[in-house]
Write a protein that binds this ligand. Structure first.
Ligand code: GLU
Length: 302
């Protein structure tokens, strides 16, 4: 069975310890299953990208022996593919323009007695689903309920995570009509990731557990665009001393690759893998890790 995995960093800064764990997990899973490992730079959210972060990330990976098996893909060069996908959804009447401002969305929620939770995107209540009512089109949204009904998808949508087990989400109720193209004209992560995973032929996604909650939305979009659904595995996050997820946004320190074996050993430890043998080279350490990963990771279902 062919296996294509990928690591898809956003160049909002160099890799930190947590991102190396995600990179290593996806690399190990690909190697352990004799597959290919690809890298995609997710630079659609240009205001958050830092110039020069992408070559730095690729260099940090290479220093740790993590070399992609095919040319790197940059999302900033993929606008035509995203536009084609959006056009397909519009033609099916599954996407509609939305003129709501963030404030209007929050006000509509407040009217329904819903409060906005920290870190959770506001559920969109579908205000513009039946027309703009004189408002100017700003963003494009997916009509989730219509896709679910037209394609007879189950509600809640159930999916399997190789590590976390059975998962489910009622996308229409818990997320609502999510954004495909943002009000500022930028492509939304959900659309870009689904189009590109398919374009790269990704069969297995291994990524950090902070992305678990996005998976059901991505599966709905895969159905809507008639694209295959890969297998999913979400790996535990590395938490900082304050107990919060390490992220470039909350100031996680840049991964120090001046001692790549130490960086790799820490990442392997976070994944529950044993210590490398004394004096191992990077290549040997990675081979040992891939062997250990194969033993502990569950068989890959398709
Ligand atoms: N670009 C996303 C991030 O850095 C990861 C996307 C994914 O793996 O699906 O958080």
């Amino acid at each position: 069975m062919p296996y294509i995995g990928r690591f898809a960093p956003s160049p909002t800064g160099p890799l930190h310890a947590g991102s190396l764990v995600a990179a290593l997990a996806s690399w190990l899973d690909a190697r352990a299953h004799g597959g290919q490992w690809l890298v995609r730079i997710e630079d659609v959210d240009t205001p958050r990208c830092i110039p020069g972060a992408d070559p730095l990330i690729l260099q940090q990976l290479a220093t740790c022996g993590l070399i992609p098996d095919a040319p790197v893909m940059w999302q900033s060069q993929r606008s035509d593919a995203y536009q084609t996908a959006l056009d397909t959804l519009i033609a099916k009447d599954w996407a509609y323009p939305c003129g709501c401002s963030r404030k209007e969305i929050e006000d509509a929620q407040a009217l329904m007695g819903r409060t906005r939770e920290r870190h959770i995107a506001a559920v969109y209540l579908g205000t513009c689903r039946h027309g703009l009512n004189g408002k100017t089109a700003r963003a494009w949204r997916l009509n989730v309920q219509r896709v679910i009904e037209d394609l007879k998808l189950a509600t809640p949508l159930a999916w399997h995570d190789r590590l976390l087990g059975p998962q489910e989400q009622d996308v229409a109720k818990d997320v609502g009509d999510f954004v495909l193209r943002r009000a500022d004209g930028l492509w939304a992560y959900q659309l870009a990731v689904v189009v590109d995973d398919a374009a790269q032929g990704t069969t297995h996604i291994v990524r950090g557990a902070d992305l678990t909650d996005n998976t059901a939305r991505q599966i709905v979009l895969q159905h809507a665009l008639d694209l295959p659904t890969p297998s999913y595995m979400h790996t535990p996050l590395v938490l900082g001393e304050n107990g919060e997820k390490l992220s470039k946004q909350n100031g996680a320190t840049v991964l120090d690759v001046s001692q790549p074996l130490l960086a790799l050993q820490n990442a392997a430890h976070a994944l529950g893998l044993p210590k490398f043998s004394d004096g191992a080279s990077i290549e040997q350490a990675l081979t040992e890790c891939a062997k250990a990963w194969k033993e502990i990771s569950s068989p890959v279902p398709r």
